[in-house]
Ligand binder design. Structure first.
Ligand SMILES: NC(=O)c1ccc[n+]([C@@H]2O[C@H](COP(=O)([O-])OP(=O)(O)OC[C@H]3O[C@@H](n4cnc5c(N)ncnc54)[C@H](OP(=O)(O)O)[C@@H]3O)[C@@H](O)[C@H]2O)c1
Length: 328
């Protein structure tokens, strides 16, 4: 497939953190025909509405970045919604994309598809080799089904219909447009909020759960979006060199991880908080390490551009702008 800039592209979830970053990257590259629909305009769990939409619009490409996303609290509290909504959204989008003649699609999954005890760094072939982390198992099962949907459609219809549906599995992401909900946010937005509140209230210390020793990997969302477009633009023959028909997903990570202690210090510096950071060692730590092996993608020439301190500065500026916007 050529990469002409006038191809009609649907970004599902274009107002979300990742979807909006994909739109920014596509715009910057000069793509001219990018379409989005808000959740209110098009509920992607509604099969008939999704069918009508795809039949009317006739897209060339689809980025599937719409999903029900949340932290441990939300995953544990609403497991039925996490499995139902995600299966419905991806089944509807992938199937109707196929029925309406979309040749190329990118499905966004997550590192939680991998077994809880997968060897580190986690490579693509660790998929389906062990038990998942129980707290987000329903979400992970839906994401695994999404990868297998793409692969199965490729295997059955790839040659006859010329389709090529791909999947990328991001590590932990952060950046503008993140969710700062007090109970339901990921580690970086949660820390940004807490250090910011401590700064404006002149609090002497911020308490972080656990020992600070677990290691995690973080990728700035614009790097993830660039990787998504990079994968979408790969020729089939190049993509086939690093994937298999039944192992087609590609990891997208920063390449190295840091401790929660180091992260807390970097977030505190980005926010400009100069109080103390205390670790509450009586609170649980979670998995000791979660680090993706992204060599397959990197060997094809993709590399992240944003170091953590730069990404955190951009993210904090976006957080302040959002706070200002909410006040007005
Ligand atoms: N954030 C991360 O750290 C991370 C890490 C790994 C993978 N990912 C993956 O990246 C993708 C995007 O995540 P994100 O962080 O950008 O999430 P997000 O900011 O919550 O964006 C998701 C978007 O999907 C939309 N959406 C959800 N359900 C929908 C429905 N039924 N119909 C129409 N639109 C719907 C949401 O709209 P509403 O808000 O209006 O519902 C939102 O705009 C997901 O597949 C996620 O698994 C994210």
């Amino acid at each position: 497939m050529s990469n002409e800039l006038n191809q009609k592209i649907y970004v599902a979830g274009h107002r979300g953190m990742v979807g909006s970053a994909i739109v920014r990257v596509l715009n910057a590259k000069g793509y001219t025909n990018i379409i989005g629909r808000t959740h209110a305009e098009l509920d992607l769990t509604d099969q008939a509405a999704v069918r009508n939409f795809f039949e009317c619009e006739k897209f060339d490409q689809v980025y599937l970045a719409a999903a029900k996303v949340g932290g441990i609290y939300a995953n544990n509290t609403f497991p039925a919604e996490f499995i139902y909504d995600n299966l419905m959204v991806q089944n509807n989008v992938i199937h109707q994309a196929f029925k309406s003649g979309v040749k190329r699609l990118l499905f966004l999954g997550s590192s939680c598809i991998y077994p809880k005890l997968a060897p580190q760094p986690i490579s693509e072939d660790a998929l389906l080799t062990g038990k998942l982390e129980p707290t987000n198992e329903p979400y992970a099962v839906a994401k695994i089904a999404g990868i297998k949907m793409c692969e199965s459609y490729n295997r059955q219809y790839g040659k006859s219909h010329g389709i090529d549906y791909r999947s990328v599995m991001p590590t932990n992401l952060y950046g503008p447009g993140d969710n700062y909900h007090p109970e339901n946010s990921h580690v970086i937005p949660a820390m940004i909020r807490r250090f910011h509140e401590a700064k404006i209230n002149n609090l002497p210390e911020v308490i972080i759960w656990g020992t600070g020793t677990p290691r995690r990997e973080f990728l700035y969302v614009d790097d993830m979006a660039a990787a998504s477009v990079f994968v979408m633009e790969l020729s089939k023959s190049i993509c086939d060199q690093v994937t298999l028909p039944m192992q087609s997903h590609l990891n997208v990570g920063f390449g190295s991880d840091i401790t929660i202690d180091e992260l807390a210090n970097q977030v505190s510096a980005a926010v400009g908080y100069d109080g103390r950071i205390i670790f509450d060692v009586n609170k649980p730590d979670g998995t000791p390490r979660k680090w993706m092996d992204s060599r397959r993608l990197k060997n094809l020439g993709w590399t992240p551009k944003y170091e953590l301190h730069d990404g955190l500065s951009h993210t904090y500026r976006a957080f302040l702008a959002e706070q200002q916007h909410q006040k007005e």
